[in-house]
Ligand binder design. Structure first.
Ligand SMILES: Nc1ncnc2c1ncn2[C@@H]1O[C@H](COP(=O)(O)OP(=O)(O)O)[C@@H](O)[C@H]1O
Ligand SMILES: [Mg+2]
Length: 236
């Protein structure tokens, strides 16, 4: 569904993403793990067209999207849920969800999508007419995911959904991401917590200094001695 070949991206004269190749197959969940500041968010921004891909290619759902503008990429169903909760605080839950269906294709299916969102996130239905600023952190995260669904997502890139949330709320958010995957959505997730990543991942990609240093099933990644020592603090 998503294929990256030697993707290079950065800011100004700095190259951050140093030629990344990876694949996310339809219906699976790929997870990018790795230390802070090593280019995971930058990679997602390059895929979604928010940042220029300097070289290499991005293929999504059979089409080359490397040079497409961000809104054209969204229109194809590749939706990026950025790090942090970028929902509009003074708009209601329902208004925020409607905003997610801004493309023409998504607008046509908005009614059915809204039912699906409320089915997966019943809490959002309960809070439908509340301003988003009155939601809890976990609810805001759910709203951001729901808004992504409204965009008629085929593949959702979710950047650190657990960031800043209490463990019990993270459990809840992760259960809902699991439901999205079970409903057929393809996901590319960034998660710094190995344990959480492992629960959902079909494939994990370890990113260091803007490169993929290891890819594989969670068990293979966790089997790697360097990974265990560096990320899990296990001395061997
Ligand atoms: N808008 C920006 N302008 C310049 N440098 C940036 C910008 N955003 C991030 N960076 C730098 O790019 C590097 C990678 O950041 P990022 O992709 O956010 O890492 P990660 O998501 O893995 O924590 C960091 O050194 C960061 O300081
Ligand atoms: Mg990041």
């Amino acid at each position: 569904m998503l294929t990256l070949e030697n993707v290079v991206a950065g800011y100004g004269s700095t190259t951050i993403v140093q030629g990344i190749s990876l694949e996310v197959s339809s219906g699976s969940c790929g997870v990018l793990v790795g230390p802070n500041g090593h280019g995971k968010t930058t990679l997602l921004r390059a895929i979604s067209g928010l940042l220029k891909v300097r070289s290499g290619s991005v293929t999504f759902d059979g089409a080359d999207i490397t040079k497409l503008r961000a809104e054209k990429i969204v229109e194809r169903g590749l939706i990026h849920i950025p790090q942090g909760d970028l929902v509009f605080p003074d708009m209601t839950v329902a208004e925020n969800l409607q905003l997610g269906a801004f493309t023409r294709t998504a607008a046509k299916r908005a009614k059915r999508r809204l039912e699906e969102v409320y089915d997966i996130f019943p809490r959002l239905l309960e809070r439908e007419h509340q301003r988003s600023r009155t939601l809890s952190g976990g609810e805001r995260r759910m709203l951001a995911l729901g808004r992504g669904m409204m965009g008629d997502a085929k593949l959702m890139m979710i950047d650190e959904p657990s960031l800043g949330l209490a463990p019990v709320i993270i459990d809840e958010v992760y259960r809902q991401i699991r439901r999205l995957i079970d409903s057929g959505l393809t996901v590319l997730l960034v998660e710094e917590n190995f344990g959480r990543a492992q629960e959902l991942a079909s494939q994990m990609h370890l990113i260091e200094n803007g490169s993929v240093v290891k890819s594989g099933a969670p068990a293979e990644i966790l089997d790697d001695r360097t990974v265990r020592e560096t990320y899990l603090g296990v001395a061997e």
